[in-house]
Write a protein that binds this ligand. Structure first.
Ligand code: NAD
Length: 388
């Protein structure tokens, strides 16, 4: 099969779906790898390295996508502003697309994929089972985001992070508060600890307390709701009454906090509102909030996606696509995940999907002209978020 890797065209996207080190694995079973010229450049991977690994470089994206039998991407396909054509319209019918597809926000895209009879697999829908961990691109990207969030906070805080005992006096460590201690939150805790901060954290999933403490951070005790976690390891949407109690507990902490890193998300829902505007006013001037849930509506009421909002001297960063700020390692991790998924979907040279397999079934969105994914079908039937 011809596997095409286009250059990402989403504004600000610097990652590439496949790095040169993965070409050899993808080529197995006599597949041919076609790469758009310069696709890896922003992530520091040059065409020469891909060529040396056995890929063919193609200059024209129309020619590249027109030849594809499988397309590997990072961002959901969109209109190419230079060509004034949708990427989907450049891909032949029957092609397989593997990418992040933000399925619940992209109804129009999914209908288009179905109409073009493209078989699509979304990396967001890889099930959270042990066997699929090597394909879990959401966790890979969350790791990068959690790390970078702390560096941005450290860069903008008007204080230093570690305890310093100097001849000019003792400087106490910065106080960092991490809200939501999943993959991104735990990485943020570990990074802030490495920089010498005093770290506190909270997450409503019961297993998290031990993980937070094992990183040397303090778990902020609250009365946890029963049954806060789904069978697949995600937090459930918590009742408004609990969120109010949580806000009150967070408000108690905020006056001593220098940096709040918020990562709280609930699968398929708006991010919970954990820091209201009044609560921001409790923080000292010069403090920083890094909101990693900005794209899902934000954990802080002041968050604006892709912007820095300042109120009473507190800066609120609405972070969007942080992995693109570290494209070399983000691409390396993503590339490993997408290559593992490709090899799982196509274990031999045969082009036959095994829809009895949980990973294949869960990740597949469209096939043979239909939206086939149950979660997506139910969300669309309920009229949940869509861009129509
Ligand atoms: P996520 O990005 O969907 O959410 C981030 C965090 O926000 C979660 O820890 C969640 O509990 C938390 N959150 C939700 N509501 C909150 C609230 N009101 N207040 C504070 N925090 C709130 O989740 P994620 O980081 O991608 O994954 C969560 C967990 O899933 C991981 O920590 C891990 O235990 C599990 N997981 C399992 C696998 C696997 O088994 N293959 C893979 C990845 C993750």
């Amino acid at each position: 099969m011809k596997i095409a890797i286009p250059k990402e065209i989403r504004e600000g996207e610097t990652r590439v779906a496949v790095v040169p080190g993965m070409i050899n694995l993808l080529k197995q079973n006599d597949h041919e790898i076609l790469l758009e010229q310069g696709a890896g450049e922003a992530a520091t991977f040059q065409d020469e390295a891909y060529r040396n690994a056995g890929a063919t470089i193609i200059t024209d994206p129309v020619e590249l996508l027109g030849a594809a039998e499988v397309v590997l991407k990072v961002q959901p396909p969109q209109i190419n502003p230079e060509l004034n054509k949708h990427e989907i319209d450049l891909i032949p019918e029957g092609t397989t697309l593997i990418s992040f597809l933000a399925p619940l926000d992209n109804r129009a895209l999914l209908l288009k994929l179905a109409e073009r009879r493209i078989t699509s697999f979304a990396l967001e829908f890889i099930p959270r089972i042990t066997r699929a961990q090597s394909m879990d691109a959401l966790s890979s990207m969350a790791t990068i985001a959690g790390y970078k969030a702390v560096l941005i906070a450290a860069d903008h805080l008007k204080k230093i992070f570690p305890l310093l005992m100097t001849a000019a006096g003792t400087i106490p460590p910065a106080n960092v508060f991490v809200l939501g201690a999943g993959v991104a939150g735990l990485q943020a805790i570990a990074t802030a600890k490495r920089l010498g901060a005093r770290v506190e954290a909270f997450d409503p999933r019961p297993a998290v307390k031990e993980q937070v403490e094992s990183l040397g951070a303090q778990f902020v005790e609250m009365e946890l709701p029963e049954d806060a976690e789904t069978a697949s390891g995600y937090a459930k949407l918590l009742p408004e009454e609990f969120i109010k109690k949580e806000q009150a507990a967070i408000a108690n902490c905020l006056p001593r906090i220098d940096v709040a890193i918020t990562t709280a998300q609930v699968f398929g829902q708006r991010a919970p509102l954990l820091i209201t505007e009044e609560m921001v006013a409790l923080m000292r001037p010069g403090s920083v909030i890094i909101d990693l849930a900005a794209e899902q509506g934000g954990n802080c009421a002041l968050t604006q996606a892709n912007q820095i909002v300042e109120k009473n001297g507190v800066q609120v960063f609405g972070m969007v696509n942080l992995p693109a700020a570290l494209p070399t390692h983000a691409s390396q991790m993503y590339s490993k995940n997408i290559t593992n998924l490709f090899r799982h979907l196509f274990p031999t040279a045969e082009r036959q999907f095994d829809f009895n397999d949980e990973i294949t079934k869960s990740a597949c969105l469209t096939h043979q002209g239909e939206i086939v994914n149950q979660i997506v079908k139910e969300a669309f039937a309920r009229g949940d978020k869509s861009n129509e």
